[in-house]
Design a protein around this ligand. Structure first.
Ligand code: AMP
Length: 214
């Protein structure tokens, strides 16, 4: 099964993708993670996108489509979870073409709805495990008192450079201007399922499972 998790920054796409990886053996394809990796390892492309990402703008369609194309040609595992891709109509069309070429199909697009005030609160309190990427929140899901990641036991945690109010405004604007048209696009393709992303992680997980197993 191949699915897209669609939603604004902070909607919980990454957290839910991780549960689907653990629970269903799916493969998470996060273009954000791929771009951060390129940036951290100082590749030419990574250096090129660093400023754009720090400001919270979208990198070019060409770059992210290229990243996804490479992954689709590899192991397909229990199916792909597209997390943070596509973010524009051009990327969505490209994904259809790439999947057709690989004899793959998209099964579901899950829109995760969360109100904007909650997004700002979530993002400015967010940190992740430096090793496995488990997501923590200073208020609602703090790092365990023993300082060890509950998922992998690692003891270093990081905060994303673009998880600040200034970049978040630009990221939200990019979502509403460039990405939210995908909701109508996938509704018209009969692929859209909507879940309330605001509740407890386990409740959201159950709502997603209901859409996938319907
Ligand atoms: P994310 O981790 O998904 O929040 O992505 C972090 C940043 O990477 C975004 O704010 C964009 O600058 C860039 N990015 C990630 N995915 C895409 C995409 N599909 N299209 C354009 N830019 C992207």
């Amino acid at each position: 099964m191949n699915i897209i998790l669609l939603g604004p920054p902070g909607a919980g796409k990454g957290t839910q993708a991780r549960h689907l990886v653990d629970g269903r053996g799916m493969i998470q394809l996060s273009t954000g993670d791929m771009l951060r990796e390129a940036k951290d390892s100082g590749t030419e492309m990574g250096n090129m996108v660093a400023g754009v990402m720090a400001r919270g703008e979208l990198v070019t369609d060409e770059i992210v489509i290229g990243l996804i194309k490479e992954k689709l040609q590899g192991d397909t595992g229990g199916g792909f979870i597209f997390d943070g891709f596509p973010r524009t109509l051009e990327q969505a069309d490209a994904l259809t073409r790439l999947m057709d070429a690989e004899g793959q199909a998209l099964d579901h697009v899950i829109e995760m709805r969360v109100d904007d005030t909650a997004l700002v609160e979530r993002i400015t309190a967010r940190s992740t495990c430096g090793d496995c990427g488990e997501v923590y929140n200073d208020k609602t899901a703090p790092i365990p008192a023993d300082g060890k990641c509950s998922h992998c036991g690692h003891t270093e945690f990081k905060r994303r450079a673009d998880d600040n109010e200034e970049s978040l405004k630009t990221r939200l604007m990019a979502y509403y201007k460039q990405t939210s048209p995908l909701i109508g696009y996938y509704y018209a393709k009969d692929k859209l399922g909507v879940v309330d992303g605001l509740g407890d992680i386990a409740v959201v997980q159950t709502s997603i499972a209901k859409v996938l197993d319907a």
